[in-house]
Design a protein around this ligand. Structure first.
Ligand SMILES: O=C(CO)[C@@H](O)[C@H](O)COP(=O)(O)O
Ligand SMILES: [Fe+2]
Length: 225
């Protein structure tokens, strides 16, 4: 099993102080920055684009930036985020006309790839591209907004995705995104996730270090049970 990674979603950060917020959450022990890109077309919300990613790099952020594209189509923005300093680029397979080509664009630029599955999107989209995927991201809410409740059926889907990854024999991360809190992160880890996105659960707290440490302890307890 891969070491667990905690990826705070900056969607819930204070955008007026974004650089400082990212510095603080990384100093508090976060492993990478989850960067939600919404286009008001694929999802009913509008957020941030490649200029903000580039600005974070210029600000001095060296941690991995995990760009979650909730946009359609995807290829133009993939290229822009490659140029802007992203580390991971994940996209929703139904938003790409040519999934294999979109994955190759990311890989050929030396970045890590990922496919994102909405709660009702079947996992078979991954079947013929396992060799081109570094991460599978399961949405545990419908995409578009932070602060929603975790959809419990995601736990079974995580177990199914974990079986597929293990059966492939490849080192593919399994990330979960939406409604991840300190009181459910243990069962999410037990279901097979190794990469945990949390937005409101971290940024709505005053003490980022305490919540991240608490999450890590609960993941460790679930893994040793
Ligand atoms: O991609 C998304 C929402 O579409 C997420 O990354 C959210 O930003 C997670 O926020 P919380 O549910 O943890 O508050
Ligand atoms: Fe996200």
């Amino acid at each position: 099993m891969n070491e667990p990674l905690i990826a705070p979603s900056i969607l819930s950060a204070d955008f007026a102080r974004l650089g400082e917020e990212v510095d603080n959450v990384l100093a508090a022990g976060a492993d990478m920055v989850h960067f939600d890109v919404m286009d008001n077309h694929y999802v009913p919300n509008l957020t941030i684009g490649p200029m903000v990613c580039e600005a974070l790099r210029k600000h001095g952020v060296t941690a991995p930036i995990d760009v979650h594209l909730m946009v359609k189509p995807v290829d133009d923005l993939i290229q822009m985020f490659i140029d802007a300093g992203a580390s991971y680029i994940t996209f929703h397979p139904e938003a790409s006309e040519h999934i294999d080509r979109s994955l190759q664009m990311v890989r050929e630029a030396g970045l890590k790839t990922g496919l994102v599955f909405n709660p009702a999107t079947p996992l078979h989209y991954m079947d013929y591209v396992m060799d081109k995927i570094d991460m599978i991201l399961l949405m545990s809410v419908n995409p578009g907004f932070g602060g929603q409740s975790f959809i419990p059926g995601t736990l079974d889907k995580l177990r199914e995705a974990r079986r597929k990854i293990d059966a492939s024999g490849r080192n593919i991360r399994l990330e979960v995104d939406g409604g991840v809190k300190e009181d459910n992160i243990g069962e999410i880890a037990a279901a097979g996730a190794d990469t945990f996105v949390a937005g409101s659960a971290i940024f709505k707290k005053d003490d980022y270090s305490r919540i991240i440490t608490d999450m890590r302890e609960r993941i460790a307890e679930a893994r040793s049970a």
